[in-house]
Each structure stands twice: as structure tokens, then as C-alpha cells.
Design a protein. Sequence first.
Length: 294
Amino acid sequence: MLKAQIPSIALEGRVDLHCHSTASDGILSPAALVSRAKSQGVTLMALTDHDTVAGVAEARDTGARLGVAVLAGVEFSARWGRRTVHILGIDVDPASAALQEAVALRDRLREDRSVRIARCLEKRGFPGSLAGARALAGDGVLGRPHFARWLVESGYVEDTARAFKRYLGAGKVGDVKVEWPQVEETVGTIHAAGGSAVLAHPLKYGLTRTRLRLLLEAFRGAGGDAAELLCGRQNPVQTRELRQLLDAVNAESGAAPLRCSLGSDFHQPGQPWRELGCVHLPADVEPVWAARRP
Ligand code: AMP
Ligand code: FE
Ligand code: FE
Ligand code: ZN
């Protein structure tokens, strides 16, 4: 069981343990997000903004009013070798000193990265992106999606997908390197904050099967609790392959087996493939909320 007492009724509706609000790169405020989740039939959710828990209190207030169980969550950026991976902390204590320190560190790394991204974009002939992206982020954690939206609003590119494809995505000018804390350290932070560490969207790192297996093994070895079997609507063939991979990794001796989690990775309305509550965990896998490290 997760630390929070989840009323059994909360598991009778849809579960969504991965979504974003205006506290990071989502479009809806935490309150609007929880209202929307309610209308989608979600009864248990975790707000998992990028590198912040600033939206959690508002989300929980709304959840209490509407009858949606809202767990405190976060999506931490972390480093695995030269790659960036995302690790969800589910049911964390937002006031934990370890967590606050990890958030503050990433805040500094993001600040530094934003200046470098803006410099790169300026060299490409797009001056003023830092102020522009900051204005779009408001009080929220500043991320590449805000630069993408600014490029669109400034008329430099047709949509955010193209902004990533041309300027911000992997290997492009705005994809500047960041020394995020390592996976082991990040799992440790989440555990220190009393949460479960979940490897987010394993299929979205563009890894070969062999490399993905190495990542899952490394995550399990680092003490990770679960992996997202489902993140948004997925190709069922890929889901089956991921399940097989997880079974194979869990069959190895070593740390406790990885359980399964699920979420939409909702950022904004109008993307039906990642609508709140859009995925269902198969009945025959061990869900992340079924058991927890002592
Ligand atoms: P950041 O954490 O600031 O590096 O931004 C990562 C976020 O950018 C992801 O969580 C997505 O929300 C978004 N993102 C990444 N790649 C793309 C893409 N190709 N198209 C649209 N959004 C993307
Ligand atoms: Fe995001
Ligand atoms: Fe992510
Ligand atoms: Zn996410």
C-alpha cells in the first residue's frame, strides 16, 4: 500500500498517476486539472509536475471537495549515463527536506539551462526567447515546452511539435546538456520523501530493446519501485513487449521486483491519446499501490 490511506472506493474508478498542471508545463491550473479528472471518471490520481510540488496543495484541496483522492507527486529529471530519464515520485511528502533540496537544485539547473537555450535560439535569429518563455511559464517551472510555445506565438514555427523537431528536441540547438542528479540519487530522494519511485514512460526514450532492458535493470538495482507499463494510449504490441521485458528483469535475482504504474501524461485538453484517466492497468500485474517497501 502507498503511505497514504487510499480508500478502496478510490480504486473503483479510473486511476491516473501521471499528469501536469501550470505548476510546470501543463495548460490547466491544478484545480482545473482535478475537475477535469473528476469529469473523466478518475477517482485516484497523482499530480506529477516536472521538478516541483508547488501545485499539490491546490490539487488536493480541489480533490477533497470533489471526492477525488489526490496523491502528492513529482516528475524528476534524472541522468542515466549521458541520457535524461524521468522518474516519478508518487505519494511523496511535499514538505520533506530531501525533496525540497532536490527541487531547489533542479530549479538552479533549469535556470542555467534556460539562459543557454535562449542564447542558442538568439544565434538562430530568435532574440528575446528567455523573457517570452518566462512570461508563458508564469510562476510555473520553466521548461522547453514554454520555449516551444513562444516560438509558435512569435510566428517562427507552426506548432510546438515542429518547434521540438527543429530547435528543442534531441540533438537540436536547444537540447543543451544538463547534469541532472543521477538515477540512484533521485530514487534516494523520493524514498527519503516517503514516496514510491516510478520510471516514467520507458518506451519514450528511443532505446533499443537491449538498452531498455539495461535501463530497467539499472532502475531496479537503484531501488526503484515500479515502471510505467502504460503512459498515455500505447500500441498494444509495444505494451506486451514491455511487459515481457519487465517479467524478464524481475526474474533476475537481486532487488525487489518492479511493480507497474500507469498514467496519461496529460498536459493539455485536445490530445485524446493522453486524456486524463485514459489507460487501465491489466488485472494480472502488480500495481504500484498494492505494496510498498516497509
Ligand atoms: P524539459 O523537462 O523542460 O526538458 O521538457 C520536457 C517536456 O517537453 C516533456 O515532458 C514534454 O512535455 C515536452 N516534450 C518533449 N519532447 C517533445 C516533443 N517532441 N514534442 C512536444 N513536446 C515535447
Ligand atoms: Fe512535460
Ligand atoms: Fe516525462
Ligand atoms: Zn510527464
